[in-house]
Ligand binder design. Structure first.
Ligand code: TYD
Ligand code: MG
Length: 452
């Protein structure tokens, strides 16, 4: 017999408590508890319980590995971010801000790949989806569409049509009658995901879940989802810009920190093969306050443009603001310049921007930030054929960064003439490269070279 109880759930992390709490003991957020009614029925299996329990322990070395478990996708960016294709029975969560293009990305996959796909939408009507699909161009005759929000029904249809891939848009619109609370609440989202997880594993069908992001930046409230699924991908980018980054945050079947880059066009998302081209603005090289850094996102080297504006502060306290780069780190680098290199910046406003609206947290950008600030301060342009890749320490020393060979090769491939790195990179043979590799120990050495 079904029994109903109510419990309180933290909407931020999914913590469950029998009574209301002001502060969540798990994530320390305040005022996040909401009462939800939970219906517990006897025949509702536990999320991770297997229906067949005939498994016995076996030796790891006796398990045969099959190669056929990966489904390679035509979308090379998605393929790479997933770690080399889809794994059967894997469940993937794609998160991102509203309007960023999550539905477009997965619909595009559904209608371009030659796989049988079941696209389930709880957000849009058939007409809306058809219109969008026509805009992108339908190439797949085996794409089915289902407008449904009841998980039980979705699974029933999934079992019947047994597609190669199933897509759910979005997990927050789903509900199951096992749980009484509203769609989108922690217990609904968690139970719906658990049911789809069971479906994916039992039917060996990869399932994509689209999840909305809350304003705090986590995938809508339930962080619990991230623990349940096999892979979490983040779709991000500035909505004012045309390109999008697909990042792997968690992946049980591949490396995390992989990056896929797309450009949003009138007819869908285009894969960007040479990302450095779009991240660097086309100027003739006579503008001061900007220079290029060679960073690495995941396994992928990227050239990004760092722009700085240094001007005399109009009021007492100078402003420091940063876009796409850690503001605290900017302050630290400014203090290093002030104290170790005797550049007077204390009475100046400093604004920093990473062009193209992307965020970088690679320490190798430090040197480019310093050079951009000095370039703007002195109003001297930096050559567009120079690129920088080094961390800057608190005493003004130029520190080595990881995977320097990859960075140098990329800079060389893109036609830069000079790359500035630390002298402390071990085992590097600068003579092996056609590009001029300038190694330095202190900021002054580089300043002399760049600004003469
Ligand atoms: P959408 O994919 O619905 O975003 P999400 O599912 O993440 O909320 O919408 C993406 C936006 O992209 C929408 O504002 C319209 C735009 N767009 C294009 O520019 N080109 C296209 O081909 C499509 C389909 C959408
Ligand atoms: Mg959508």
């Amino acid at each position: 017999m079904a029994k109903s109880k109510s419990a309180f759930f933290c909407q931020s992390c999914g913590y469950e408590a029998p009574k209301w709490l002001g502060k969540c003991p798990s994530c320390n957020e305040w005022n996040t508890f909401v009462e939800e009614r939970v219906l517990i029925s006897k025949n509702n299996p536990q999320p991770f319980a297997r229906q067949k329990s005939d498994h016995i322990p076996i030796l790891l070395q006796d398990i045969k590995q099959t190669d056929t478990t990966r489904i390679t996708l035509k979308d090379v960016e998605l393929n790479r971010v997933l770690g080399g294709g889809l794994v059967k029975g894997e469940i993937i969560l794609i998160g991102g801000d509203p309007g960023i293009g999550k539905s477009t990305l997965l619909l595009q996959m559904a209608i371009k790949e030659h796989l049988s796909v079941l696209y389930v939408s709880g957000e849009e009507s058939e007409q809306q989806i058809k219109m969008r699909a026509q805009r992108i161009g339908i190439e797949n005759p085996k794409c089915q569409l289902l407008i449904e929000t009841d998980v039980g029904q979705i699974i029933k249809h999934g079992e019947k049509s047994h597609p190669d891939v199933m897509i759910i848009d979005s997990i927050q619109t789903l509900f199951t009658s096992h749980v009484e609370s509203a769609p989108g609440s922690v217990s609904q989202v968690r139970e719906s995901t658990a049911m789809l997880l069971r479906f994916a594993k039992e039917m060996e069908i990869p399932v994509f879940l689209i999840g909305h992001i809350t304003k705090e930046g986590t995938i809508a409230g339930p962080k619990v989802l991230e623990h349940m699924v096999d892979a979490v991908l983040q779709f991000e980018g500035d909505r004012n810009h045309f390109y999008r980054l697909l990042r792997s945050v968690k992946n049980r079947f591949g490396s995390t920190n992989e990056l896929g880059i797309y450009e949003m066009q009138g007819n869908g998302l285009r894969m960007v093969e040479n990302p450095s081209e779009i991240l660097i603005s086309n100027t003739d090289g006579t503008l001061s306050g900007s220079c290029i850094a060679t960073t690495i996102e995941g396994l992928r080297p990227l050239q990004v443009e760092v722009q700085a504006l240094v001007s005399t502060a109009a009021y007492g306290t100078p402003q420091r603001s940063s876009n796409g780069y850690d503001a605290k780190r900017l302050n630290m680098l400014l203090a290093v310049l002030e104290k170790r290199c005797a550049f007077r910046l204390a009475s100046k406003d400093v604004f920093l921007n990473i062009a193209g609206g992307i965020k970088v947290d690679d320490p190798a950008v430090d040197l480019a930030v310093i050079i951009a600030v000095l370039s703007s301060n002195a109003e001297l342009a930096v050559s567009r054929s120079y690129t920088f890749a080094a961390e800057v320490g608190l005493s003004g020393e130029i520190r080595p960064v990881n995977r320097i060979e990859t960075r140098i090769s990329e800079a060389q491939k893109l036609g830069y003439t000079h790359i500035f790195i630390s002298s402390y990179n071990k085992g590097l043979k600068p003579k092996d490269y056609q590009i001029e590799v300038i190694q330095a120990k202190k900021i002054e050495d580089i300043v002399k070279f760049v600004f003469g």
